[in-house]
Design a protein around this ligand. Structure first.
Ligand SMILES: [Zn+2]
Length: 228
């Protein structure tokens, strides 16, 4: 079983919930599990800010039972682990955030490797920017991107699969609300691009286009046919 939360964390206070959660997560990672944070509760009637966050083990929740063929396997197995704690902004502690355990027992074996839980592989905004820039370089594969991110942030635990997923997400974001076909047609319809094509639903065929520079050449030398 993962070790219980150490005595030193019981009743420990932090200035912000972010600092508290970062330290608790670090401790959890070093002891073979990960924590998830619930939505805040107990809103302050004046500031409307939350004054309590509950945390639990990511293995909390109903046990995962496969029920069909080829169903999605999640990397974190839920075992209905009851490990829980609470972070409360206490007036008795000058509005510091105090941690108290609600259940210190886990009902599963510790992770064999911290990267086994996606919580510990979470990429920072800087990581994502490194991934975006590196991915624009032709021939920069997943392994190379992982090495680049780890060179900047040695404690990063991302995997090649995370890089692939992030690249796919970046591509989707670049497309915006368009499908790949719609984005292609949108580019063809850009100012000054001459194009002809046939659309059948989301299928495009018979595409012909010419960039503005080529059209200038065509107008100047219309008796010369240049096809690339
Ligand atoms: Zn647990």
């Amino acid at each position: 079983m993962p070790e219980q939360c150490p005595e030193s964390y019981e009743g420990k206070a932090w200035a912000t919930p972010e600092e508290a959660l970062a330290m608790l997560q670090e401790w959890a990672r070093d002891h073979g599990f990960a924590i998830a944070q619930s939505r805040g509760s107990d809103r302050d009637p004046v500031t409307r800010q939350h004054r309590r966050y509950d945390v639990c083990c990511t293995a909390g929740g109903r046990e995962y039972t496969p029920t069909g063929y080829n169903i999605r396997q999640t990397s974190t197995k839920r075992t209905n682990c009851l490990f829980r704690g609470k972070l409360v902004c206490r007036r008795s502690h000058d509005d510091l955030w105090v941690y108290n355990s609600l259940c210190t027992e886990h009902n599963h074996e510790p992770l064999t490797c911290p990267s086994g839980d996606p919580v510990h592989r979470k990429r920072t905004l800087e990581d994502l920017e490194e991934i975006r820039v590196a991915s624009e370089s032709a021939g920069c594969g997943g392994r190379a991107v992982v090495a680049i991110v780890k060179a900047k942030r040695p404690e990063a635990l991302l995997t090649r699969r995370d890089v692939w997923n992030d690249r796919a997400k970046l591509r989707r974001e670049a497309l915006g609300p368009y499908s790949q076909t719609q984005a292609f047609i949108s580019n063809l319809s850009a100012d000054d691009t001459f194009s002809r094509y046939t659309c059948h639903g989301d299928t495009v065929s018979g595409v012909f286009w010419s960039l503005p520079a080529c059209m200038d050449g065509f107008k100047a030398y219309h008796d010369v046919l240049s096809i690339k």
